[in-house]
Design a protein around this ligand. Structure first.
Ligand SMILES: Cc1ncc(COP(=O)(O)O)c(C=O)c1O
Length: 445
């Protein structure tokens, strides 16, 4: 019997050998496995029965809570009726219904929805839409793409290239050509412990003018930013920053893309961050909360003008040579439709907004606890940034993660920041449990 088999039998684990896990320390995980085998509402259970409060909604996705009965039922029913239908030159009813529901929630004028399977695919799709749009309008030189330092736009070559998180880029050498980045907005000196949007930093949007001066607007297709950056450790847009980006883009004919993979569908107490901040981009990328994390699905939401620009050429010809075998998959469509219904029927976006002050107070009560250097929050999003251990970046946050996990709370860490994005069905007592557990962990690690 191998050591692995012995351990497996002891803990009733599957053989962990063959699975190459994503964004995971594989060797460490396989020595200390954390397998989630069941979930319901705001809780998950490990394979050996340890109950966990999920403070991160899976991975910013299970906004309606885990295994919501209505969503589960819709997926089950759909699987028995239509398992698959190609999205190319054909369709099925549920996906048209979902497109209408999403367009209804989107900011005015953003009426068209293109379905994909993930946030990464949504980003690559939006970048291609932007370049294609300019070409169709006779401005084919506009191919350059601008991202932002510290941005995260998934792991496709497009998203990685416009992204600005160095660990995600450094192993892969040359990225897409013709990409540049504006500076990020994270600044502890000016903005530490801000509740909601920071006052300082709108002027950082002017960095786009620097790149316009360098490359000339006639070469730039689009700028992509996360209205609220998540993966880099939750960075909120300074007041006026997104408005200023919008103005600069308008002045130079550059498309503005908001990557709302994490902030759409109630996370910020509104349907989209665009609506909450009152800034309408040209394209929105989204995923995650679209199906409450139940079936993989992403989408790009486009302004009418962009869709109309593509709807030219001979009728009957394909207008956009892009799509995926599983674009608008029936199970994802069923999940999406049920999810949109649950959000509306249960008033979950409003619920998130009403719980915002409670989460804010709880998080900011951690000011002064060991290692805490900043606390940030908006909607049902929060972050506690920690002083890194010298020479060992991320280690402190991992200690926090392990401690909280043992005490029954899943906390997501990125860099040395702990991020919180609980299901929108969370109750005050759960928020208390998260804060108490984090406080005790900070005192113990
Ligand atoms: C802003 C943003 N864009 C894109 C992605 C990639 O999404 P996915 O992992 O579904 O490809 C993420 C994932 O967290 C994200 O936060």
């Amino acid at each position: 019997m191998t050591d692995n088999t012995a351990r497996r039998l002891q803990a009733d684990l599957p053989d962990l050998q063959s699975y190459w896990m994503p964004f995971t320390g594989n060797r460490n995980f396989k020595k200390h496995p954390r397998l989630i085998s069941r979930a319901s509402g705001v809780h998950c259970w490990t394979h050996d029965g340890h109950k966990l409060l999920d403070s991160i909604a899976g991975l910013w996705c299970c906004n309606a809570g885990h295994c919501h009965p209505k969503i589960v039922e819709a997926i089950q029913k759909q699987a028995a009726v239509l398992d698959y239908a190609t999205a190319f030159q054909m369709g099925h009813p549920a996906i048209f219904e979902l497109a209408n529901k999403v367009a209804d929630l989107a900011p005015d004028g953003m009426d068209y929805v293109f379905f994909v399977n993930s946030g990464s695919e949504a980003v690559d799709t939006a970048l291609k839409m932007a370049i294609g749009y300019h070409r169709l309008r006779g401005e084919g030189t506009r191919t350059r793409l601008i991202g932002r330092e510290r941005g995260y736009h998934g792991v496709g070559f497009g998203g990685m290239s416009v992204g600005g998180m160095s660990p995600n880029r450094k192993m892969f050498g040359v990225m897409l050509p013709g990409v540049d980045h504006i500076s990020h907005t994270h600044n502890l000196e000016h903005n530490a412990y801000t509740k909601g949007q920071p006052q300082w930093g709108a002027h950082l949007a002017d960095d786009l003018e620097r790149l316009v001066a360098l490359h000339d607007a006639s070469n730039i297709a689009a700028v992509i930013v996360e209205p609220i950056a998540g993966s880099t450790g939750v960075v909120l847009p300074p007041k006026g920053y997104l408005q200023r980006l919008r103005e600069i883009c308008d002045r130079h004919g550059i498309l503005l893309i908001f990557d709302e993979v994490i902030c759409a569908f109630g996370r910020v107490g509104d349907s989209f961050a665009a609506s909450r901040f009152g800034v309408t981009p040209d394209l929105i990328t989204t995923a995650k909360g679209l199906t409450s994390g139940t079936v993989p699905m992403g989408a790009v939401i486009a302004k009418k003008e962009i869709y109309d620009t593509f709807m030219t050429g001979p009728e009957g010809a394909i207008e956009f040579f892009h799509g995926y075998t599983y674009s608008g998959h029936p199970l994802a469509a069923a999940a999406g439709n049920a999810t949109m219904d649950v959000y509306r029927e249960e008033g979950l976006f409003e619920r998130a907004r009403s719980l915002e002050p409670y989460l804010e107070d709880g998080l900011h009560s951690l000011k002064g606890e060991p290692y805490v250097v900043d606390i940030r929050n908006i909607g049902l999003i929060g972050a506690v940034e920690l002083q890194p251990i010298e020479g060992k970046p991320t280690a402190r946050a991992m200690q926090l993660f392990s401690h909280c996990f043992d005490k029954g709370v899943i906390v997501r860490t990125t860099g040395d920041t702990a991020a919180f994005s609980p299901p929108l069905i969370i109750e005050k007592q759960h928020i208390d449990q998260i804060i108490d557990t984090v406080r005790a962990a900070l005192r113990a690690i």
